[in-house]
Structure formats: C-alpha cells, structure tokens
Write a protein that binds this ligand. Structure first.
Ligand SMILES: Nc1ncnc2c1ncn2[C@@H]1O[C@H](COP(=O)(O)OP(=O)(O)OP(=O)(O)O)[C@@H](O)[C@H]1O
Ligand SMILES: [Mg+2]
Length: 254
C-alpha cells in the first residue's frame, strides 16, 4: 500500500503510527506485530460493521515498507476526547452520550466474535511473570463464575475512540480488543482507563452513569475490576504495571 506524500501523523506510539492520508486513515504497525493481530483487528472491524454498528469503512489491509497496515475511510469530525479537552463544560453532556453509545454497542450481536472469557483467561495465564499461580487460579475461578453474555464489547471504549461527525452522529474506531461477552467487564475497562489517567472524579461519574443507564449495581461492575486489571497486565506495559497490580490486590482472596 502507498501512503500519500502529504500524510500527517495523528498519533505515534511505541508499536504503531496512525496517519491522516486525506481520504483515508492508515494505522501502520511495527514489524514485530504478528500478522494475526492485524487481521484480527480488521476482522473485528468488519464484524462490528456487519452487526450494524457505525464504524469506519475498511479500505485495505496491506503492507507499508514491509510493515502491516490497516487503511480505513477517514471519518470527518473530532474525537470525544478532543472535544472534552477543548471545552470541559461539555464533558457532562458527552458523558451521557458516551454511556448511551457503549450500551448501544452492547445491544448488538456477533456470534463469530471471540469470546470474552476465553480472551481474558488467556491473558491472565499470560501474566504469569507478574501474577503468582494462586492469584491467577483465584482470578480464573472468579472469571469462570461470571454470568455469560454475548454482547458486543469494544474492549477499549474510551473517548479517543469515538469520533463525533459534524452532524453529531457517532462513529467508533479501534476494534483491536473487541469480544462478545459481559458489558460490565467492558465498563470496568473504561473505568480503569479513566483512573489510570488520574481522572478519578470523572471515572466515578462514568461508573454511576453507566450503572444508572444499564440498571445494574456498581458492585456488579466492580466485581470485574480485578479480572480486567489482571488481563491488562499481560500486555507487559511497564508504566501500567503498578497501577494494575493495585487493582488486582483489591480482591479479597479467601
Ligand atoms: N477512520 C478514521 N477516521 C478518522 N480518524 C480516525 C480513524 N481511525 C482512527 N482515527 C484517529 O486516529 C486515532 C488513533 O487511532 P486508533 O484509535 O485506531 O489507534 P490507537 O488508539 O493507537 O490504538 P490502540 O488503542 O489499539 O493503541 C483515533 O483516536 C482517531 O482520532
Ligand atoms: Mg484508540
């Protein structure tokens, strides 16, 4: 795949660069990223689309100078993160829309999407360097006992992954972590994301808004925190390690 000469970098991270190429947005991964991860992300995007969710249209999966890349049609607008950063007074309204959108995604189904429990148990097992055998065993037992659901869960539902078009409609990008499973686990991940960024008050407001709109208790979501924190540890991100370990420790292992 050829990238346009006047491309602009949207974000640059350790393992990828996302470019604005005019009509398309191209996510170029580093050469260590397994091809299966790229195709999995593209497949999740295609499945979310097929399920009826408003997501960017896939244009191409290919290679840019030997590195795998996913090209999607550019969605005009700003992310909820940008809008909230530019004008904090709109954050409350955004929060309601954000929660409604997450619940709307959960109302969709995709029978072929990976199962959340399978994914989290793989991830918890992969965190063996930081979590001892007995803790992993307890967490896996706890995960096994969680209620089974088949809701589409984005898996990284954060304001930077929601694009607000000029007409106000919402488009959700970044489907690398999507599964079908329990919406409360998806909420727990979003909650941890806000806490990790130090937005503690916003995190509580988000949790309250989610539970009110979904009609569940906070405890129902909080039961997932240790599991999702343990699963996230498997990504091996050094900066997040101590933060995530605190959330695993919160569990009362009996
Ligand atoms: N199709 C698109 N149209 C417009 N903007 C996009 C599109 N895809 C991505 N973006 C923008 O690029 C940013 C980064 O893309 P994306 O969220 O897919 O990558 P990422 O956050 O680096 O991935 P990850 O969360 O897996 O680390 C988004 O926050 C959004 O601003
Ligand atoms: Mg993102």
């Amino acid at each position: 795949m050829e990238l346009s000469k006047d491309k602009k970098v949207i974000v640059e991270r350790g393992n990828k660069v996302v470019y604005d190429c005019g009509d398309t947005v191209v996510k170029v991964f580093n050469t260590h990223k397994p091809a299966a991860d790229i195709f999995n992300e593209a497949l999740n995007l295609a499945r979310a689309k097929q399920a009826g969710i408003d997501v960017p249209e896939i244009v191409e999966v290919g290679k840019v100078d030997g590195a795998w890349a996913i090209s999607t049609e550019k969605v005009e607008g700003k992310t909820m993160r940008q809008i909230g950063d530019e004008d904090p007074s709109v954050r409350e309204d955004l929060l309601d829309q954000f929660v409604q959108l997450q619940l709307d995604i959960h109302a969709h189904r995709s029978p072929l999407m990976s199962r959340q429990k399978d994914k989290y148990s793989r991830m918890i097992n992969a965190a063996s360097e930081v979590l001892g055998d007995s803790i992993r065993y307890e967490l896996l037992m706890r995960l096994d006992g969680m209620k089974n659901h088949v809701k589409i869960c984005h898996g990284d539902f954060v304001p930077s992954n929601v694009i607000v078009r000029p007409d106000g409609s919402l488009c959700v990008c970044d489907w690398a972590h999507a599964t079908q499973g329990n919406g409360a686990a998806d909420c727990a991940i979003s909650y941890l994301h806000f806490r990790m960024r130090g937005a503690d008050e916003f995190a509580e407001n988000y949790l309250n808004a989610y539970c009110k709109a979904q009609g569940c208790t906070k405890e129902y979501v909080q039961n997932w925190l240790s599991i999702v924190a343990a699963a996230e540890l498997s990504r091996g991100r050094v900066v997040e390690k101590d933060f995530l370990l605190q959330w695993v420790d919160v569990v009362d292992f009996e």
